[in-house]
Design a protein around this ligand. Structure first.
Ligand code: C5P
Length: 230
């Protein structure tokens, strides 16, 4: 029997964001009138495509329950994990009794509040008939060097280099299997790398370069600027 494919979002939001040097995790810093995490979740909900959005939150997190969006009917709280892939797996477990193996899951960083509805739908439209899935990415504008300490070992061929963004879109079962089999591997810094290790070949879909990840203090002002331009 066939069923209609559903779309789920998983948002890892249990990081501490050390590089921000702030008094709280970066997803709780203010950006215009809301926290970074509220912007991110509201934008995912606005896309109007997800059955639910599972958000991985640290158990010691004192900020989450203060957010209005925490009680939204489509938001499911999951337990944050030790590393990002553990948080994503926890989000997948939180929807395990509702998600079918071939449903699509879009994993999106809590720290990327500038994601647009158009980019979410662009990714979905490009990959919905694909076997494996793939990710939003942007071509590298800079020349990239392979270095050891401050010695340049080589120059990468820029025509083959893309920067991986999120959302990253994969089938529920294959994403869960890939993450479970790579638990603890420090080379897994995004979902695609876990699937690549399974011998699969995710696709890239060109995304907007303003879908930045808040990482350093100056990124907040940049994100605010992008939001006013969008
Ligand atoms: O630290 P980084 O910017 O790479 O984190 C990317 C995303 O993963 C952030 O949204 C962060 O909150 C999340 N994360 C998580 N659990 C961890 C570490 C990071 O959910 N243990």
């Amino acid at each position: 029997m066939t069923h209609s494919i559903k779309f789920w979002a998983v948002v890892p939001a249990a990081g501490v964001g050390k590089r921000m040097n702030a008094d709280r995790p970066k997803q709780y810093l203010e950006l215009a009138d809301k926290t970074v995490l509220e912007h991110t979740l509201l934008r995912l909900l606005q896309a109007d495509i997800f059955t639910a959005v599972a958000v991985a939150i640290s158990e010691e997190d004192p900020y989450w329950s203060e957010l209005t969006v925490a009680s939204h009917e489509k938001i499911i709280r999951a337990k944050g994990g030790k590393e990002r892939p553990d948080s994503v797996l926890s989000g997948l477990h939180a929807i395990s009794d509702q998600a079918a193996d071939d449903d699509w899951v879009l994993v999106h960083d809590a720290a990327r509040p500038c994601i647009t509805t158009a980019d979410i739908h662009h990714l979905i439209n490009a990959l919905v008939d694909d076997e494996v899935g793939g990710i939003l990415a942007v071509a590298s504008a800079d020349t990239l060097k392979n270095v050891n300490a401050n010695n340049i070992l080589g120059t990468l061929d820029r025509t083959h280099i893309w920067r991986a963004l999120t959302p990253q879109m994969f089938r529920y079962h294959s994403l869960k299997t890939a993450l479970e089999s790579t638990v603890g591997n420090p080379a897994i810094t995004d979902e695609a790398s876990a699937l690549e290790l399974q011998g699969l070949q995710p696709k890239i879909v060109e995304g907007r370069p303003d879908n930045i990840k808040i990482t350093r203090p100056e990124d907040l002002a940049l994100a605010q600027f992008f939001m006013t331009q969008q």
